[in-house]
Design a protein around this ligand. Sequence first.
Ligand SMILES: [Cu+2]
Length: 346
Amino acid sequence: MRVFSLLIVPFLCMFAGTSSAELRQFEMTIEEVDLEVAPGFTTKVWGFNGQVPGPLLHVKEGDELEIVVQNNTTLTHTVHWHGTHQHGTWRSDGVPDITQLAIEPGDSYTYRFVASKVGSLWYHCHVNVPEHVGTRGMWGPMIVEPKDPLPIEKSVTKEAVVMFSGWNPEVADTYGEGGHPNEPISYFSINGKSFPMTQPLRVKKGDIVRLRLYAATIPVAFHPHGHDALVTHKDGLPLEHPYLVDVLNMAPGERYDVIIEMNNPGRWISHDHIEHHVSNNGKAPGGAILIIEYEGIENDDWYVWKDKAYEPDFYMSETLKKPFGLHDVAVFKGVDPFASRRRRRN
Ligand SMILES: [Cu+2]
């Protein structure tokens, strides 16, 4: 017995030394909150941890994940981990009546799987997807860092997550409606906000910026002015032959990673080239617009965002620097519609 343990201990130590996989345990809730998307337009959403997009799930290739999802809303939901392969864990694929029963109000479900596929993945509800995902904000980013990143990934100096979605004001006030054919989607947003409530992406000359672009719920034709973008990954998968674009078409659900060399100081619009996606319920400009602001460029008096309060984490650039985990992003939090009533009662 003693001989056995002498032999086994060095073996186990060796194994622990070479494996960086970790068991990571998280809890996530689903909350009913109000989300202000555009000036004068607020919609009811089901927010993961009360926010849209949902919290950033940022882990490493091979990590074992255990995520308890608590449903604090009045309808049923699930979570589908879009892009993960679920080898041997199909009951964690999150499809109601196929892989699990949907999570009832007040109940929870524990998802367990290995983060085997790397890259820009995401998660979303799989109950009545046209409503829950299409108009109620039930989606968030899941980024799995590869054990061996490509040289071009190592050259990146700044990262940003950019998630596109649309909204239907006709169903904004009533849960359980929406998701119908020909639904009038008339607000368009990036990370849950429509211009001018979006934010600039601030860069400096020489930055190598990786944009993780997600066409979460709408088609997108992403067009950055002043720069070409090198498409390096599709749906998290590295491309054998990266290619340059100035317009990138994306179908709903698709993700593209692009890398842009910031070599042209100025103030540049980046927008969805599907024309009506840059309006708010028919009024332009609005919708899916982000502006790249270079350090050192003065704000002119007439600049539309001259006095804008800057949120450096709007594209999760700051959150992505944190250690691996499931991270809330304060700027994405919705408002609990009953909070003031509860305060009055207490
Ligand atoms: Cu749902």
